[in-house]
Design a binder for this molecule. Sequence first.
Ligand code: F6P
Length: 322
Amino acid sequence: MKTIGILTSGGDAPGMNAAIRAVVRSAIYYGCKVYGINRGYKGLLEEDLMEMNLSSVGDIIHRGGTMLKSSRCEEFKTEEGRKLGVKVLKKYGIDCLVVIGGDGSFNGAKKLSEMGFPAIGIPGTIDNDLEYTDYTIGFDTAMNTVIDAIGKIRDTSSSHERVNIVEVMGRNCGDLALYAGIAGGAETIIVPEVDVKLDEIALRLKTTQKRGKRHSIIVMAEGVEKVGSASDLKKVLTEQAGADVRVTVLGHVQRGGSPTAFDRILASRFGYRAVELLLEGKSSRVVGIKDNKIIDLDIQEALAMPKTFNRELYEMAKVLSI
Ligand code: F6P
């Protein structure tokens, strides 16, 4: 009988609970014991863990956040920290670990695997910044949260004939801005992957104003350092296009909320497959989805893949928003 440990780490994402539920239920179904580790790697080092049963994960599939809590742990980035982690895992008879999180969390899992401790990663982050998988858990819910916010901002933007800049999360990845911008009908989408000048955006705004467009939504990814900040853009648009501009930073509202059906199903499929992999004796793998098929590949390989950007969609968005 295997004993599986499970933790969530890094920024939380809606759907993590559904993944925990899938891992715990699948593992118990196949006769394994499961330990839930609280507060990610930090909780592991502090021996903050408990055995889980079928009802520990009852009534959580629809809840945002993570019932296991999450954290970012500096100590686990050190060799001593990881040695202590393995010691704790062994003390509780845990033979393999499921890590739900983003690239930072996967790095921890990779290091554990290199130390001979089997680990499997499940991608959970609203950023969708992992190349090997089409979707990460939480991205769809966050995108819908942004669309909902854009819809509300659009109402007041239209009433006041303003330009509204909506800053969205995503770290260095523009996926959230791109997809939410398209679905929300944004006039302009600014992402870290595409270089644009603030002057160009002002010029574009002036052109659309001349055509009679009285209000405008600009979706800006938080990682667009090269372009400038939302307040830099506000200044340029005010000065060069005479626009009345407001900025909304959506912030952590994007990380919460009940997961969409898409995220719940994705998380359930990932969790189930992660347990299957462990039972097949595989480790140092991450699960993902490509063309609606659940896939798995080596953690190192997955982490080494540079994230690409869907330039085709970006160009389409520009055409649709003239
Ligand atoms: O990685 C998820 C994410 O929400 C990013 O989009 C954002 O840059 C970051 O985490 C914020 O981190 P924190 O919650 O630690 O402020």
